[in-house]
Design a protein around this ligand. Sequence first.
Ligand SMILES: C=CC1=C(C)c2cc3[nH]c(cc4nc(cc5[nH]c(cc1n2)c(C)c5CCC(=O)O)C(CCC(=O)O)=C4C)c(C)c3C=C
Ligand SMILES: [Fe+2]
Length: 417
Amino acid sequence: MTTDDAAAGPSRRRLLVGLGVAAGVAVGAGADRAAVALGRDPAASGTGDVVPFEGAHQAGVTTPVQAHLHLAALDVVTDRREEVADLLDRWTAAARALVAGRAVGEHGAVDGDPLAPPEDTGEAVGLPPARLTLTVGVGPSLFDDRFGLAARRPAALAELPPFAGDALDPARCGGDLVVQACADDPQVAVHAVRTLVRLAAGTAAVRWAQLGFGRASSTDPSVPTPRNLFGFKDGTANPDGRDAAAMAEHVWVGEDDDPAGAWLAGGSYLVARRVEMHVETWDRSPLAEQEQVVGRSKGEGAPLGLAREHDVLDATAVAGLPATSHVALAHPSRHGGAQMLRRGYSYVDGADGLGHLQAGLVFLAYQRDPRRAFVPVQEALSRDDAMNEYVRHTGSGVWAVLPGVGPGGRWGSTLLG
Ligand SMILES: C=CC1=C(C)c2cc3[nH]c(cc4nc(cc5[nH]c(cc1n2)c(C)c5CCC(=O)O)C(CCC(=O)O)=C4C)c(C)c3C=C
Ligand SMILES: [Fe+2]
């Protein structure tokens, strides 16, 4: 937390209550009482499922991956910078309540004025905190000429270049702001995003959103690696989210990374890609071919030619893999040692009307600099990956993930004052 945070916190919070009430959605200390009245006593469900909100870094990056995702990208609809700052104040206050399993508002879902809309939408009443994390970022588009922020855009926060084979739908790309909600209960994640979207009314509106399930990646090698919708273990070679030195090297933005982006120290960059997986075609390919495409065995998840999942895939072992296999092309030895922390989820969005499931991966990766991690890896994959026969990138975004907040701190204070 900066000294500015501490100084500005209390007055911002006073402002918050006023703004929240004006918007019909009050947030603040009263939320505790509402929660107790509604039977959502976080203590009753144990503290083990509350992920601390405060810290040098935002939660939801190295946090062990929860079971469900609701990702929402929003566009700012005001041209007043102070309204964006106020929105981030409201979101911070609401997030403190939500991750603790409390309702938002003085009176929550059912104890308010019967003639006014309830302050809390109510669908999380009675549900535990479910390890909810809310992680917020700002996109390159926020640094255009609307808010006087152009000089503060770090060079690494640039729109992603086009990649071979991209089939991007503009309606699933970009966004001035992003909210990643992850929780072990899907309804808790959905309630959290819905609440932040309500609080944004008049300031920001949802541009696109995506649900995900099934932890298609792990940030903790001590737990069994989950499988993606191709049936392969995914996340094996992720850096260990518990390894502070590795995170400092590959995930967190450093104080000296970019003078224009000094406000981002302790933050990160999130790249999201919505990747269709053509599971019907995949399911018709022989096991050996699937393994050649990935470069790992399907059962154990070991690199081809090695025996165990966590056997070290160094540059020598990479040389023994099919040159067009996914892991050979993505391996850090081919990209100057650059790594990213993948934290993706599977999705199934119904059917395409032609007899196919609309299934895929919400690829999410956190990194210190996308120009050294995601971009070169995706350039190599988009050109040569044997997996391209089975996947199609339809959505995309990149955001600077704000630094964490301390007691009384608020999201975005280092950027927006
Ligand atoms: C540009 C980055 C990447 C995209 C996009 C991507 C999509 C994607 N990946 C899988 C499945 C697997 N990926 C695996 C490893 C892996 N993938 C990337 C990067 C991207 N993947 C990296 C950096 C790595 C690690 C490479 C290494 O160091 O060995 C694996 C193997 C298991 C593992 O290590 O996680 C699988 C399986 C799919 C299905 C997909 C798009 C739909
Ligand atoms: Fe991958």
